[in-house]
Ligand binder design. Structure first.
Ligand SMILES: [Zn+2]
Length: 71
């Protein structure tokens, strides 16, 4: 059996992410130039859940989308 590590984001975190990316799209250089861009998801387990920080590869955008529903 393969060993896997799985991180889950709650619906609320995804909502927060969607709101952030919409705002960020307006200022993101990579998006404006239609260049490939990547979103990094940083999951930090804290024992009772995970805090989640998302970062755009343009280097100018990041957001904390932690929801206590992940805890
Ligand atoms: Zn960006």
């Amino acid at each position: 059996m393969k060993k896997t590590i799985e991180f889950k984001a709650s619906e609320k975190s995804i909502d927060k992410f969607n709101k952030w990316i919409k705002k960020h799209d307006l200022v993101c250089k990579l998006k404006k130039k239609k260049k490939p861009r990547f979103i990094t998801y940083c999951f930090t387990p804290n024992g009772i859940g995970s805090s989640i920080v998302v970062k755009c590869s343009c280097g100018k955008g990041s957001a904390d989308v932690t929801s206590i529903e992940n805890w």
